[in-house]
Design a binder for this molecule. Structure first.
Ligand code: CA
Length: 219
């Protein structure tokens, strides 16, 4: 899952980016409101973590512009401890959740997972497809009742496919989910991961739709 983090405080931004990356998210970090809008216009994200007090366009304005464009991207706002009015305004302007600074990174990650489930219309915290189950919270996977060892990228790739059952994702869409800005992508990285996953799950578990992309075999 690819997240946009908008935070001008270097200490908070750095620790949130590192923490969420450890939790398996792809995280792009920008430090002001204008850069956030540029990123939203050029890349596809699954969720935005948005500080409200930002230079060059505040978080509320970014949020309002996003909703005005009928963009339903899940948004979690970060607010200061004493700013109840900000939280109320943020939620009423279209935010989906909020956290008060200082916050716990584990709680942030759990709230993000909850928002992503809700967006996908899923109540089950596990992602399931046939005999495969993924737990985004612990990054454990089971297949046919047995634990399945997956690399972080393999897990992220399966997560992207299981998040939208039936959808066909192009190689570029999968790359976007797996790699953030500044991360080097080998030209055949997605194919390499797919090849390795097919060895673990069976050759036809991930189908290649010629000229379009990848999808999962019907369970
Ligand atoms: Ca700030």
């Amino acid at each position: 899952m690819r997240l946009l983090l908008v935070e001008d405080d270097p200490m908070i931004g750095d620790s949130v980016q590192k923490g969420l990356r450890q939790d398996g998210f792809t995280v792009d970090w920008v430090r002001d409101g204008q850069s956030a809008e540029l990123a939203l216009g050029s890349d596809v994200y699954d969720l935005m973590v948005l500080d409200l007090g930002l230079p060059r366009k505040g978080g509320l304005e970014v949020l309002q512009n996003l909703r005005r464009q009928r963009n339903s991207l899940p948004v979690l706002i970060l607010t200061a401890r004493d700013a109840v009015a900000d939280r109320v305004t943020g939620l009423d302007k279209g935010a989906d959740d909020y956290l008060v600074k200082p916050f716990d990174l584990d709680e942030l990650a759990a709230r993000i997972r909850a928002l992503l489930r809700r967006r996908a219309g899923r109540a089950d915290p596990l992602l399931r497809h046939g005999e495969l189950a993924l737990d985004p919270a612990t990054h454990q996977a089971t297949f046919r009742g047995k634990e399945l060892a997956l690399s972080a990228r393999e897990f992220a790739l399966l997560e992207a496919l299981l998040d939208r059952p039936g959808a066909i994702l192009s190689r570029a869409q999968l790359e976007e989910r797996l790699y953030g800005w500044g991360e080097e992508v080998e030209s055949n990285a997605v194919e390499v991961h797919i090849h390795s996953l097919r060895k673990k799950l069976g050759a036809d578990f991930i189908r290649n739709v010629r000229g379009v992309g990848y999808t999962l075999r019907n369970p």
